[in-house]
Design a protein around this ligand. Structure first.
Ligand SMILES: Cc1ncc(C[n+]2csc(CCOP(=O)(O)OP(=O)(O)O)c2C)c(N)n1
Ligand SMILES: CC(=O)[C@@H](O)[C@H](O)COP(=O)(O)O
Ligand SMILES: [Mg+2]
Length: 589
């Protein structure tokens, strides 16, 4: 047997049959299992390696699934999945039609709450604890395992504030490894460092919030964890356990380069070395174009300030942070704060470029409306990971932004068709706007660009006709414009491609031309059709009494699961080949 102990554990009930002295060996097997699985299939590595002992100790000591265990973010729950009925399908982790890379209630009764976005676990656990109490069950434990970066988020603080003033049976376990995806930031991080080094002698802030505080304890010492859990199980009410772990524990490279090995892509399971990069020259990532262009612009424009909530590497804001440490801020997992901080900078004459993943910007919706748009503060939102993101799945796809932004007055919304137009809109925005702008672009690489090409100012609100064609108007936005151009080539002379970079303000003049010329319009976008570009066009078509046919392609009205973007496109008819046959049918009508 490759994993003699692990293969005997299908569920936590099996685990609880093992003598305690076997748990360390089991932990070593679990670690090896995770390393082999992630090396081959990719995924989040460091976080799961760091909580192997904690995972085993929790399921050993507590009566899951009766006791509720919630993993904050959930990217560290691979070990949990492996011992809760999913070992045999773990090779499908994050794959199309496979298991999710995050806890998911529909997947297992052991996944007490679905996660993916951070800092929700304490609120959810508290809600469950209140419900248990109301149902007369005072014995059930409700456990939130939350990382040091995630606990610094406002939402986690709101929950601590509430929980500490309750009698709820809640155990908050702070898994402190001093890093998020990038190094943790902020005063709380400094405080936690002082607690760990013993230099913090004043009041314990968690005790001050009325939690029974335990720790700090070595989170890789199973015996110690079990001993503390024994004590904690006897205590009713809110409890807080501070656990110290090492992210990437057990794989040398992952411990050494914790940022890279957060989600390292494919690597050699034996050596830990990353798979070599592809040899063929590749177009740059949108993220790098964003990050390097920002530095280029900031060199000339001292008003520019960069902000990212906890994603300096992912968004490439790190380039600005390296070049201008005084003018670029990683504010931690604090999307709401990031947006209002940007509003404050704009209110005082600065030009704030706020880089946020589309899915995480959902957190800051009120700030967008109330603090930015209502006051016409010209913040530049660089909305990264717009569209389908792939293997992270439903929690992370950035498909709602066009719909949720389009209804906000005063907001300009632009989706560059390639990296060159991303550079040009950034240039245009920093020249000075009267209104805020949201620039949305996808994860990954686009087309080859000429970095030396001088910037060109983009005319706000203007659509472009990119190809001539007499039978069908194809209205497209964002990076899907490349798809549209390929189609125009195939159906040469038949399809007129209109690139609507601006979803708001919408170029109604060009639209009227389209309405008066074509009796068939196809709209194409990588966002939800309901509320996005398609809806914008339909609204004007209705008010213009357009009598032709409009077909709208994009993300349907359902949550898309995980898979490669190509597999996901295939599942909704958006591959190049499927689009070609759709157009073929349309033209044949
Ligand atoms: C609201 C939100 N913002 C950003 C992220 C991206 N993100 C995922 S994991 C992570 C870092 C989490 O760090 P920590 O809580 O310390 O857990 P660790 O990875 O160290 O186990 C971040 C920023 C997210 N999932 N949710
Ligand atoms: C768990 C989480 O939220 C992040 O690690 C996320 O998976 C990052 O996504 P990117 O890989 O697109 O930066
Ligand atoms: Mg951490």
């Amino acid at each position: 047997m490759k994993y003699p102990l692990l293969e005997t554990i299908d569920f936590p009930s099996d685990l609880r049959e093992l003598p305690v002295d076997k748990l360390e060996a089991l932990a070593a097997e679990m670690r090896r299992f995770i390393i082999e699985a992630v090396a081959a299939k990719e995924g989040h590595l460091g976080a799961s390696l760091g909580v192997v002992e904690l995972t085993l100790a929790l399921h050993y000591a507590f009566n899951t699934p009766y006791d509720k265990l919630i993993w904050d973010v959930g990217h560290q729950a691979y070990g949990h999945k492996i011992i809760t009925g999913r070992r045999s399908v773990f090779d499908t982790n994050r794959q199309f039609k496979g298991i999710s890379g995050f806890p998911k209630m529909a997947e297992s009764e052991y996944d007490a709450f679905g996660t993916g976005h951070s800092s929700t676990s304490i609120s959810a656990a508290l809600g469950m604890a209140i419900a248990s109490r109301l149902q007369g069950d005072t014995k059930r434990e409700h456990i939130a395992v939350i990382g040091d970066a995630s606990i610094a988020s406002g939402m986690a603080f709101e929950a601590l504030n509430h929980a500490g003033d309750s009698k709820a049976n809640i155990l908050v376990i702070l898994n402190d490894n001093a890093i998020g995806i990038d190094p943790s930031v902020g005063a709380l991080k400094n405080y936690l460092t002082q607690v760990k080094t013993g230099s913090q002698r004043s009041v314990n802030i968690f005790e001050a919030l009325n939690f029974r505080y335990f720790g700090p304890v070595d989170g890789h010492d199973i015996d110690k964890l079990l001993e503390i859990f024994k004590t904690l199980k006897k205590i009713e009410g809110p409890k807080f356990l501070h656990v110290i772990t090492t992210k990437g524990k057990g794989l040398k490279q992952a411990e050494r380069d914790q940022v890279k090995y957060h989600a390292p892509g494919k690597f050699d399971a034996l050596t830990g070395e990353l798979s070599p990069a592809k040899e063929a020259p590749q177009p740059p990532k949108y993220q790098d174009v964003f990050g390097l262009t920002l530095v280029e612009l900031a060199k000339k424009n001292p008003k520019i300030v960069g902000i990212t909530p906890a994603m300096p590497t992912g968004s490439s804001m790190k380039y600005m942070m390296q070049a201008f440490p005084e003018r670029a801020f990683d504010v931690g997992i604090a999307e709401q704060h990031a947006v209002t901080l940007a509003a404050g900078i704009a209110a005082s004459g600065g030009i704030a470029f706020c880089a946020v993943y589309s899915t995480f910007l959902q957190r800051a919706y009120d700030q967008l409306i109330h603090d930015v748009a209502l006051q016409k503060l010209p913040v530049v939102f660089c909305i990264d990971r717009a569209g389908l993101v792939g293997e992270d799945g439903a929690t992370h796809h950035g498909v709602f932004d066009l719909a949720y932004l389009r209804c906000i007055p005063n907001l300009i919304i632009y989706a560059p068709r390639n990296e060159e137009s991303l550079r040009n809109i950034m240039f245009t925005a920093q020249e000075g706007l009267d209104l805020p702008i949201a620039i949305r672009y996808p994860r990954g690489r686009g087309t080859v660009i000429d970095w030396k090409k001088p910037f060109e100012k983009i005319e706000l609100g203007k659509a472009e006709k990119l190809t001539e064609g007499d039978r069908l108007a194809l209205i497209v936005t964002g990076h899907f414009t490349e798809k549209a151009l390929k189609l125009a080539k195939i159906f040469s002379g038949s399809i007129a491609v209109y690139y609507f970079g601006f979803i708001k303000p919408l170029d109604t003049e060009t639209l009227q031309d389209v309405f008066s010329t074509y009796d068939k319009i196809l709209t194409l976008e990588d966002g939800v059709v309901k509320g996005g570009l398609a809806s914008a066009i339909a609204e004007i078509a209705l008010s213009s009494n357009y009598k032709g046919k409009i077909i709208s392609l994009g993300i349907p009205d359902e949550f898309m699961e995980q898979g490669s973007t190509e597999e996901l496109y295939q599942s909704i008819g958006l591959t190049d080949a499927q689009l070609q046959s759709t157009i073929h049918e349309l033209l044949a009508e």
